[in-house]
Structures are given as structure tokens and as C-alpha cells.
Design a binder for this molecule. Structure first.
Ligand code: GCV
Length: 662
């Protein structure tokens, strides 16, 4: 099995006579993207049905059947398509070439899923304009928070462009992803030089491969580049000299690298340079670079992950959760039109459970991108299975009340609430040079699901998991049922044996893997649980840090009020005694014990059911997953026992059910 093909493995299968009868692709289009759409269809049919499709530029004869027509026609959004059957032929119509490519991949998907040929009629327009991956790849080949091998973009400070780049682009396009930032947001050393002639030739090649699949290349930028490249002594955004420097530099970069989409910037965050050094605002910094890229249609994606990472743990007033909001709401409306603010899904940092970031709903006049993380930094690092699409669905469905009662996060980042076109969703990528791309074979469902979700947020998490399983592993019903059970229960299970009730962070510092309840408690990162012998939780109500009040009503009151705060976020918003009763009727302490025992039981069930798939999955993939499942089983116990023991020792309250706690 070609694991490097992921869900584009085109295994031979029994198909209906109509599918088997497809013999020709007809198109008058001659663009590169259409050529790749046709080539993909040819590969898929040749491998799945055994038919070598002929490519021709004529239209089918009147009575002819078995043709696929690719045709540009008005009426769809950018990247949208209409795929339908008419008189025994399949037609794909789109307003642009990207739409033809997405339509071709839709057709291939239907073939892989064994859908009916007759009466096929699928119309889709991408809901989010920008559907992006953010790679945290360093130029030495390492990947920050990478759990699937090394980078396939960089090695020894060189850029790699090879077969894998092409497969990568095909995979992205097949799920509708249209932008990729290839280097880490922490831009240091060689990466600062990506905007110099040292790398233009390779960037051009990479950008061309991406362009053939409708993907825009983006780079992460070092805010202090004028200084670090040795050309200026300041990066003050209001200095004319600095502004001119950026204009000259950007002219050069865009001339040398066609199809470049723009830049992602992490500034004044975790030690990265930014406009604060010069007493300037994020709007000053972002606008300076936005002005420089504007003539070339470039975008500046500016991250809102800005907080004080030198906090004193004794300080109960400062609240890291507030910082994104406090730093950016005052600047709403001041950013140029080609600046997009990129906001993490929660106010802290990709924990297994967080409330939605209050900037969604807080900002009304800024372009916004929702940032999620499919690299499982805090959710099991691709050794535990954790299908994150159900979490992302909850985030998208959260009602912000930004302009009305229907203004969910999805409405905002799709551009509907504020009529924006520069918005969408980005995921911190979970790929590396491991043969199967994602280390854990099941982690590929997050890559697949992310792209599909950004294109079509109404698709259910289960539907996406189902598609991915069938496309990757074929039509075996048992395989489908078991893997679906595992994926759909995995986030829930992980949350159960992890830090309880939304409090987060009980991990080993730095590498963020494995339980360590006090790992961050007396540290500078602003990530505390405040547990003592009486109770636990951070008071973010009006009596505490006031964070709950950053939401629009009725959300603010819902979180502020102990009675209405949802159980799963209780400890994020309130400090309560262990004996506090949840809406479920259980006390907090009993909830901790129960979820930790039950979470492990759920993992045991997942692993047992997985073991029943031996012989039904490709041997190598089965072994690879089995090894990870066995580790997860052990490691979930470690989580359970450390968390339960810690809280038993702190509270002195016994488990009602008398289970073993140490
Ligand atoms: C790329 C967290 C991660 C860092 C990451 C940072 C960010 O703090 O642990 O590795 O840096 O988020 O999103 O910028």
C-alpha cells in the first residue's frame, strides 16, 4: 500500500457499469490547474476501474456516453463547482480552474465511496475564502511541535522540492486547502533569509508546484528582518527608512516569487520581536508591511497570540486569557484592508477544552482567521488518537452575538457577518516526513477533516471521518465501524483522563506530553489551576479577573454566573470547593475520579476493538497503530492515576466507589 498517498490511494474496486464505462475526458481548457485535474482523473480511473481515459478537446457526440467534461461557466464562487450527470456523461462546471480541480477531486471521492453514477448532482462553493495550513517547520529540518518525523520542506537550511511536494499539493487540493505557510512562525536564523536571493530560485519552484494545484505559498516573516539581515539598526514601523526598506524588499520578493500569497507574522509574542520595542502598536507594525505588499495583492496575516510570558505565579490579577482581547480590541478598525488577524480558537493555547476566544465577537471591523491546531501538541502528540473535528465544529457553532443572534464563529470567519472576503481558517499542520505523513495513521483524519471542514463547515464530523476511513482503508464494513467508533470517541476519552473541567495545562513543561499537575503551577507562563486542599479553579468572574465579562451578552453572564456556567468549563471560569455540585449532580471531586476511571475504560474498549481488526488493515499500518494504541492504554492510566492521586491527596476526600487511588 502506498501510505504516502494517504486518502488518495486509488485501490482497485468493483464499480457499476457506468463508472466502468467512463473512457474520455473532454475539455477545452488548457491551464496548468486543469491539466492537473485531468491527470488526477486519469490516474484515479486507471487505478480504480482499470480504464485508461483518453484526453480530448472535443465535446461528446450526441449519443455518446462515458465522458467527463470539464468546463468553465459563470455562476459559482471562487473554487466552487457543479458536478452532475447528464445523459450518461459527467459534467464539472466551475467559474475558475481551481473549481474544476476541486470538482475533479469530488468526482474521484464519489468513485472511491462507491456512489451512484446516475443522477449525480453535487453543487459546492467553498464557505471560507482562505483555507490554510501553517507549518511550524524550521530550516534545519526540525519541526516545532512536530510529531511525524522531520520537515519535508527544509533540510540543512535548504528548501526541498521533490515528489513529496507534489503529493503534498495533491493532498491539500483534494480537500480544498488553498494556502500554505511553509516555515515556523518563530522565524530565526536562516528562515529570516527566506526573503533574500539566497532562496528565491527554490521558492519559485515550490510556488509553481503549489500554483498548479490552486495553492498559494505563504511565508512566516521575521518582524526584525531589516535589522537581522544587517541592513538597518531599527525596525520602528513609523520610521520612513524602515518603511522604505520593506517596500523595496517586498517588491523584490514578489517579483522573484510569483504566486506568493503573503506573510504570516508572530510579533511581540514569546520573545519574538515586534512594534512594542518602539512603543508602537500592532496596527502600526502590521500596516507598515501591509502597505509594502499591497501593490502585489499580498496579504499580511498577523497573529493575536500575544501575552505576557514572564508572569509571576503569585499575581492573581494578570490573566493570560485576557491578553489577546486586551491587546487587540482597541485596535479594531485600524488595520489595513489586506491585514487579517489570526486568532487561536481559545484564549490560552490549544488545550483539550477552552472557551472560544473572546476576540470572536469582540472585533467588528477587522478581517479574521480562526487558527486551530491539528498538530496534537496538547492532545496526545499523535501517539494518542484524538480526532479534533468535533471540537472544531463546536468552536464554529459558538454564537458570539457579534451583530445578531446568528453570529457564530463560522459566520464571522466565512465573511458573512461583516461581509469580508479576507477571512477563513488555518490549522497548525500535523505533517512530517514519516511515510504516512502524520505518524499515527489515524491523525491523518484531522488533516483531511480540517480541509473539508473549512470548505464545507456544514459537513458533520462523523461524515468526514467516514469519508476519510473509506478513502484510506477501503469499504470493509467492520473497519469502518470500528475506526468510526474510535475516532468519534477519541476527543471525549482524551478529555476524560486529562486535566478536568476546562482547567487545562497539567502537562510536563516544555515538551507538553504526559501528566504533571503542578508542572506549570509555579512558573511564568500564566497557566495555573490554583488548587489547594479546599478547591480548584481560576476565578475569571467579575470577582476575579473579569475575563468572563469580555464576551457579549448573554455569554458574559452565562460564564460569569456559577449556576449557568457549563460544567465542562467550570474550572476555567470559577474557583470552587471540591464538594461543589455540577449540573450533572456529581461533586467536582467525584467527577474527577469518575471521568478518569471511565476515560481509561473507554480507551481499553477502543484498543480491544482495534485489535479485532487484525488482518483487515494493511499489516504495516495495523502494527504501527497497534504500537501507539498500546502506549495510549498505558499512558492513559498514568494520567488517571496521577490526576486522581493528586486530588485525593489534596482534598482528602475518598472516591465514593472505593476504586484504587494511590
Ligand atoms: C510556534 C505555543 C507552542 C509554541 C508555539 C506557540 C505559538 O506556545 O508551545 O511552540 O510556537 O504556541 O503558537 O506561536
Amino acid at each position: 500500500m502506498g501510505f504516502e498517498q494517504a486518502w488518495l490511494v486509488y485501490a482497485k474496486r468493483e464499480v457499476s457499469a457506468q463508472w466502468a464505462g467512463v473512457h474520455t475526458i473532454c475539455t477545452e481548457q488548457r491551464g496548468r490547474i486543469t491539466e492537473h485535474a485531468a491527470a488526477e482523473l486519469r490516474t484515479a480511473f486507471s487505478q480504480i476501474t482499470g480504464e485508461e481515459l483518453i484526453l480530448c478537446s472535443r465535446l461528446p457526440e450526441t449519443e455518446e456516453t462515458g465522458c467527463i467534461l470539464l468546463k468553465l461557466a459563470d455562476g459559482r464562487r471562487e473554487g466552487g463547482y457543479h458536478l452532475y450527470e447528464e445523459k450518461g456523461n459527467l459534467r464539472i462546471e466551475a467559474s475558475d480552474e481551481a473549481g474544476l480541480l476541486y470538482g475533479a477531486f469530488e468526482l474521484i471521492k464519489q468513485l472511491q465511496l462507491g456512489s451512484a453514477f446516475d443522477g449525480m448532482d453535487i453543487c459546492k462553493d467553498p464557505v471560507m475564502p482562505l483555507r490554510m495550513l501553517n507549518h511550524w517547520d524550521n530550516m534545519d529540518g526540525s519541526i516545532e511541535r512536530g510529531y511525524s518525523g522531520e520537515s519535508f520542506f527544509f533540510d540543512h537550511n535548504e528548501i526541498l522540492v521533490d515528489e513529496r511536494t507534489v503529493t503534498y499539493a495533491r493532498l491539500l487540493a483534494s480537500v480544498g486547502i488553498n494556502g500554505a505557510v511553509i516555515n515556523n512562525v518563530n522565524v530565526k536564523d536562516a528562515a529570516t533569509w527566506l526573503i533574500t536571493d539566497r532562496y528565491f530560485e527554490k521558492l519559485r519552484q515550490l510556488s509553481a508546484v503549489f500554483g498548479d494545484y490552486g495553492i498559494r505559498l505563504f511565508l512566516s516573516l521575521n518582524y526584525a528582518a531589516p535589522i537581522e539581515l544587517g541592513e538597518l539598526t531599527s525596525a520602528d514601523p513609523l520610521s520612513e527608512e524602515v518603511r522604505e526598506w520593506w517596500k523595496r524588499r517586498m517588491k523584490l520578493v514578489f517579483e522573484q516569487v510569483p504566486n506568493l500569497g503573503g506573510f504570516l507574522i508572530k510579533a511581540d509574542s514569546e520573545g519574538r520581536p515586534g512594534p512594542f520595542t518602539y512603543g508602537r502598536t500592532h496596527a502600526d507594525g502590521a500596516n507598515m508591511i501591509a502597505e509594502a505588499v499591497k501593490p502585489y495583492g499580498g496579504l499580511i496575516i498577523w497573529r493575536c497570540f500575544v501575552y505576557n510570558c514572564m508572569q509571576d505565579w503569585r499575581d492573581y490579577q494578570t490573566d493570560r486569557a485576557r491578553s489577546g482581547y486586551d491587546n487587540f480590541t482597541g485596535l479594531d478598525g485600524l488595520f489595513h484592508d489586506n491585514v487579517i488577524l489570526q486568532i487561536k480558537n481559545g484564549p490560552m493555547d490549544f488545550q483539550v477544552r477552552e472557551p472560544v476566544h473572546p476576540l470572536f465577537g469582540g472585533l467588528k471591523a477587522s478581517n479574521q482567521i480562526l487558527e486551530v491546531q491539528i498538530a496534537q501538541e496538547y492532545t496526545g502528540q499523535q501517539r494518542h488518537v484524538c480526532y479534533l473535528i468535533p471540537m472544531f465544529k463546536e468552536v464554529l457553532a459558538f454564537c458570539t452575538y457579534a451583530a445578531g443572534a446568528d453570529d457564530t464563529v463560522e459566520e464571522i470567519v466565512s465573511g458573512r457577518t461583516f461581509r469580508q472576503t479576507k477571512c477563513g481558517m488555518a490549522a497548525v499542520a500535523n505533517t512530517g516526513n514519516d511515510e504516512n505523513w502524520t505518524g499515527h495513521d489515524l491523525a491523518a483524519a484531522n488533516l483531511y477533516g480540517f480541509g473539508r471542514l473549512a470548505f464545507e463547515p456544514s459537513a458533520s464530523a462523523e461524515e468526514l471521518a467516514r469519508e476519510w476511513i473509506i478513502r484510506t482503508f477501503g469499504g470493509d464494513k467492520e473497519v469502518l465501524e470500528v475506526l468510526l467508533f474510535i475516532l468519534m470517541n477519541s476527543w471525549k476519552a482524551y478529555e476524560m483522563y486529562n486535566a478536568p473541567l476546562g482547567i487545562g495545562w497539567m502537562v510536563n513543561p516544555n515538551y507538553h506530553y504526559g501528566p504533571n499537575v503542578d508542572g506549570y503551577e509555579y512558573d511564568r507562563w500564566g497557566t495555573y489551576h490554583r488548587a489547594d486542599h479546599m478547591g480548584i479553579g481560576v476565578d475569571r468572574s467579575r470577582n476575579g479577573t473579569g475575563y468572563a465579562g469580555l464576551y457579549r451578552e448573554p455569554n458574559a453572564s452565562m460564564y460569569d454566573n456559577l449556576e449557568s456556567c457549563p460544567d465542562e468549563l467550570l474550572l476555567f471560569f470559577h474557583h470552587v470547593p471540591y464538594t461543589h455540585r455540577l449540573k450533572s449532580g456529581k461533586t467536582v471531586i467525584q467527577h474527577i475520579y469518575d471521568t478518569h476511571f471511565e476515560g481509561v475504560e473507554l480507551v481499553d474498549e477502543m484498543v480491544e476493538r482495534f485489535e479485532g481488526l487484525e488482518g483487515r488493515l494493511p499489516e504495516k499500518a495495523y502494527r504501527r497503530m497497534l504500537e501507539r494504541f498500546r502506549h495510549q492504554k498505558e499512558h492513559a492510566r498514568e494520567w488517571r492515576d496521577q490526576i486522581n492521586t493528586y486530588f485525593y491527596r489534596k482534598s482528602g476526600i475518598a472516591d465514593e466507589k472505593g476504586r484504587k487511588i494511590y
